[in-house]
Ligand binder design. Structure first.
Ligand SMILES: [Zn+2]
Length: 96
């Protein structure tokens, strides 16, 4: 009698495990596909965010009394300008 009760229970457990495994596999596949799809057209969201940040960073640094050294790419005060090279201004630290 005990085996009769154990047998269907095992079958049910196995069935549940297999269904759960399939659900987990489907959810994993769905997640991986969604993440890949989200990465490929990332320019829709990430591109806009990055462009906004880059614009803010690029627009702000060059102040009237400051310059961006084309050698070390640091924003220096005009007093630190040694000379302007063909590529752009060079600070005294880089010129020395
Ligand atoms: Zn420099």
């Amino acid at each position: 009698m005990a085996t009769d009760y154990d047998a269907p229970r095992k079958n049910e457990e196995e069935g549940n495990e297999s269904i759960e495994a399939l659900k987990a596999a489907r959810s994993n596949q769905t997640t991986s596909v969604e993440s890949e799809d989200a990465d490929n057209p990332s320019f829709v969201l990430g591109g806009n965010d990055l462009s906004n940040v880059e614009l803010d960073v690029v627009v702000l640094p060059p102040q009237q009394d400051e310059f961006t050294c084309m050698s070390c790419f640091l924003v220096k005060h005009r007093s630190q300008l040694d000379h302007a090279d063909t590529s752009g201004p060079i600070c005294k630290d880089c010129s020395a």
